[in-house]
Design a protein around this ligand. Sequence first.
Ligand SMILES: Cc1cc2nc3c(=O)[nH]c(=O)nc-3n(C[C@H](O)[C@H](O)[C@H](O)COP(=O)(O)OP(=O)(O)OC[C@H]3O[C@@H](n4cnc5c(N)ncnc54)[C@H](O)[C@@H]3O)c2cc1C
Ligand SMILES: Nc1ncnc2c1ncn2[C@@H]1O[C@H](COP(=O)(O)OP(=O)(O)OP(=O)(O)O)[C@@H](O)[C@H]1O
Length: 480
Amino acid sequence: MKYSRVIVWFRNDLRVLDQETLYKAIQQSQEVVPVYCFDPRMFEKTELGFPKTGIHRMDFLLESVKSLRESLQKLGADLVILKGKPEEKVLELAEEIGCKAIFYSKEATSEELTVDKSLEKAAFTKGIACESFWQSTLYHIDDLPFPIKQTPEVFTQFRKEVEKQCKIRSTFPAPKKINYSGEAVIPNPGELPNLQTYGLEKPKQDAKSWLEIKGGEVSALGRLQSYFWEKDLLKVYKETRNGLIGMDYSSKFSPWLALGCISPRTVYEEVKRYEQERKKNDSTYWLIFELIWRDYFRFIAKKHGDKIFHINGIRNQEDSWRRDKAQFQRWVEGLTGVPFVDANMRELKATGFMSNRGRQNVASFLVNDLGIDWTWGAAYFESQLIDYDVCSNWGNWMYVGGVGNDPRENRYFNILRQAKNYDRNGDYIRLWLPELKPIKGFDIHQPWELSTVQLRALKIQLGHTYPQPMVKIPSLEKAY
Ligand SMILES: Cc1cc2nc3c(=O)[nH]c(=O)nc-3n(C[C@H](O)[C@H](O)[C@H](O)COP(=O)(O)OP(=O)(O)OC[C@H]3O[C@@H](n4cnc5c(N)ncnc54)[C@H](O)[C@@H]3O)c2cc1C
Ligand SMILES: Nc1ncnc2c1ncn2[C@@H]1O[C@H](COP(=O)(O)OP(=O)(O)OP(=O)(O)O)[C@@H](O)[C@H]1O
């Protein structure tokens, strides 16, 4: 035993299974004190006027922390809740209860790394050790076949190299018991905050009611069980993954992966078991392929640092973006006059979730059709998405914004063609744009083509209940 008492500071790793930080802390100490700290900087308003963590993401986070506390209580411990800057609060607690070490997971981006550095520096002066563990990716950073600064810029090259040369490490088992003295050491482990604490109100509709997504490890493992084993959907994932409606077209693992309620290695091991016990095909591989995209964006963020947040991106592209707040707001509200864009934006606003197909299209519309600053789009997604993952979000936005490392030059999406391919009958539009509901078939995607007589017959007034498109929309036949 190296330490008598260790703090495990939980961050985006809100689980007990495949939790190396917790596992190592238990191995190396007589007693573990689990801690979560709500950092007020994560809940401030951004320059664009919306909070950095919006209501849906906050709600999902609160559920996930609550679930972690319950899991830890079942293991004989608790979760101490702190509020304030972690680099101060966690350290204060360590001193107060005589901890000689703080264990936590390593992050990849500067906001988090700055916190780590201050904590480490302050802890050092007090003789408290800090030990951190990399555990957010499928491939471990130490197993990469290249130094991080030489991570291949192009995804396919990255994927081929890691697939050929790296082994995915096994998961760590969940602990059976945690030694924790409880009240004797921590008389009051602290109340969980709620939405009101942050001046937020419970959303009217949320992804959890619409998509059956609840924060926490228990729900994450439940989703794994239902998507793979009960509904048996993994074997058709590649064919369904571009869908738009409901729970089953894709795995929906992303919100849980983002907060670390489940690890990518746990998903990987379950895919392997499914391949052995049920079926192995392109679809089962494709889920792993997508998880490698997730890894790739994390390692690219590590390689390029703050460039992923900068307007010029990692390509150092010239800043020629428009910054029209009124137009941006119409995009945010789902009032651009382009149904495929608006339906997706309204789903995001109402639930905190949007399909991958939707994200590609609304992002392309913002940057290519409106020419608006891609970082505004990324910041809005950061606020809204329940699956917000700093590297996947900013990395994907850089791609769409043409400032990332995409070998393809033009990522323009022809909205009508996309609509035709993925929502031919307009069912998705009917779900989110009630004002257009009476329009039948594909016409719902281009209401501007309907004559006044047709619109009157449908009792729809374009430009009043639903706006005219903000820009001219290329026809279906247009090549790009
Ligand atoms: C502009 C834009 C912003 C995005 N922001 C985020 C974000 O903040 N957080 C996030 O997790 N994903 C983000 N994505 C990627 C992708 O849209 C989501 O991961 C996916 O829609 C989540 O649904 P799912 O879990 O059902 O995905 P599935 O299709 O079931 O995929 C399984 C897993 O693979 C990973 N994955 C899939 N596609 C991608 C991708 N393009 N990039 C990185 N990882 C991927 C995710 O972890 C996902 O959970 C973004 C994509 C775009 C175009
Ligand atoms: N985890 C994170 N999530 C979201 N944004 C982050 C994260 N880590 C860093 N950033 C963003 O990266 C940027 C930090 O980069 P830097 O300090 O170089 O530029 P900046 O503050 O944007 O200044 P300037 O506008 O002058 O370029 C900040 O905008 C910060 O919000």
